[in-house]
Ligand binder design. Structure first.
Ligand code: ATP
Length: 352
């Protein structure tokens, strides 16, 4: 790659600024020439500028095509809507309304696939070894459209939307990537015994696509049974394809299998742009204390580097990170260590 690669950086809220700072320093230490275009978004941005997600963020990602994003806060309990007006990617003047910054970005950039690899690290304390899961989460519809309403003071309802087109697109992405990576077993999660139309359509549409990939062994699992089997014997599973909400919940469950949310990276991928962000949220309970595990964000940056074709830097960062996992004095407390976010990042940079 010639010149410096522009990448949008959204530090986000809570532990976001700490873990993104660690990831950025490590990418730079690996020798990748990057110009970070820093774009505030989330609750802190809202307090500072009055806007949680301004047009500048869209202009930046539209231009760079790639973003590394820290978690952005969504308050619990209070009505909270993100309003997105005209911007570089969409001149539509009627504001679009979303339940969170993350969902707004995914929808506006049509980032239809949320890819979340979850794997065991030998030295990280956990009840399981040999977990190696690849979660394909449909990222554009389902209950995440945020179409909720109060029918009356005591009745609320939400609309679950599943379309053949979005499901087939997600299934095709999953099967293509599995073929590329040589991964063979796909489990499609659903609850079609109850949600016969929505989950029934998801299952049939995904099965229809997967049938075109004879090298992939496909099975379907009812979501509740899948959760139990993942907890009993996660090593029996390889790749999972899920609708949006199930994908979100199962991602956290799977992160717990390998040692917690601090270890689970992710990518939101569309045709034109990709945004890389950890599975975890803002973790306000540990924010600003230099104890957040930066691994999930660093591994998200590794996914980003692979997406950009920087394979050598990605592999070296992963190796450096794995070697540091034996250094208890440099690890964050969730990994059983006595170090902190900055000490861990510094150790990875030394190992590089
Ligand atoms: P949000 O509302 O933004 O989703 P949250 O605190 O409800 O935030 P998460 O941030 O996903 O949800 O995390 C749940 C808990 O897991 C946190 O409170 C924290 O204790 C732990 N946790 C999450 N991320 C990390 C991390 N990177 N390092 C260490 N612990 C973490």
């Amino acid at each position: 790659m010639s010149g410096s690669r522009p990448i949008t950086l959204i530090p986000g809220d809570g532990i976001g600024p700490e873990v993104t700072a660690a990831a950025c320093a490590i990418v730079e230490a690996a020798g990748v020439a990057v110009t970070w275009d820093v774009q505030p978004a989330g609750l802190a941005a809202q307090q500072a500028t009055g806007q949680a997600l301004g047009a500048a963020v869209f202009e930046s990602i539209g231009r760079t095509g790639v973003a590394l994003k820290g978690p952005t806060g969504t308050p619990f309990g209070t009505p909270y809507r993100i309003e997105v007006g005209p911007h570089a990617m969409c001149p539509e003047t009627t504001p679009r309304v979303y339940p969170s910054v993350a969902i707004a970005l995914r929808k506006e950039f049509d980032l239809y696939m949320n890819l979340r690899p979850i794997r065991s690290f030998p030295t990280v304390p956990s009840r399981y070894r040999d977990v190696d899961l690849l979660i394909f989460r449909e990222n554009s519809e389902d209950l995440y459209l945020g179409r909720e309403r109060m029918v009356d003071a005591d009745t609320a309802e939400a609309v679950k939307v599943i379309t053949r087109g979005a499901t087939e697109r997600a299934a095709r992405f999953a099967c293509e990537l599995m073929t590329k990576l040589g991964r063979k077993r796909l489990a499609i999660a659903h609850k079609s015994n109850v949600l016969k139309m929505t989950d029934g359509l998801f299952l049939r549409a995904a099965q229809g696509v997967a049938a075109g990939y004879p090298d992939i062994e496909v099975r379907d699992r009812v979501i509740d049974a899948l959760c139990m089997e993942l907890v009993l014997a996660p090593e029996r599973y390889d790749c999972l394809l899920l609708a949006n909400l199930y994908g979100d919940i199962v991602s956290d469950l799977c992160a717990g299998l390998v040692g917690g949310l601090g270890l689970a990276p992710g990518a939101n991928i569309g045709e034109r742009c990709a945004i890389f962000e950890a599975v975890h949220g803002t973790a306000p309970d540990i924010a600003g204390r230099d104890i957040a595990n930066p691994m999930a964000m660093i591994l998200s940056a590794v996914m980003m580097l692979r997406h950009l074709g920087e394979l050598d830097a990605a592999n070296r960062i992963e190796q450096a990170l794995t070697s540091v996992l034996q250094r208890h004095d440099r690890l964050t407390p969730d990994l059983g260590g006595s170090g902190g976010t900055r000490a861990m990042a510094a150790a990875i940079i030394e190992a590089l």
